[in-house]
Design a protein. Structure first.
Length: 59
């Protein structure tokens, strides 16, 4: 979960990387979790990400 700028993206994506098609058959019971993880940056989503963040925080 996270965003990446086009400038950052260009440094690790090259011609040697290939896309793999992923198919997903949506199930109604999964939609709330998908909407939460892939949705807008709400306070609840931000708090969840910060709780699960691994690594040192910059000050």
């Amino acid at each position: 979960m996270g965003e990446i700028s086009p400038k950052e993206f260009a440094h690790f994506i090259g011609k040697e990387i290939r896309l793999s098609k992923v198919e997903y058959a949506p199930k109604p019971e999964h939609m709330p979790r998908l909407n939460f993880c892939m949705g807008k940056n709400t306070p609840d989503r931000k708090d969840y990400i910060m709780e699960k963040l691994v690594g040192p925080l910059e000050e």
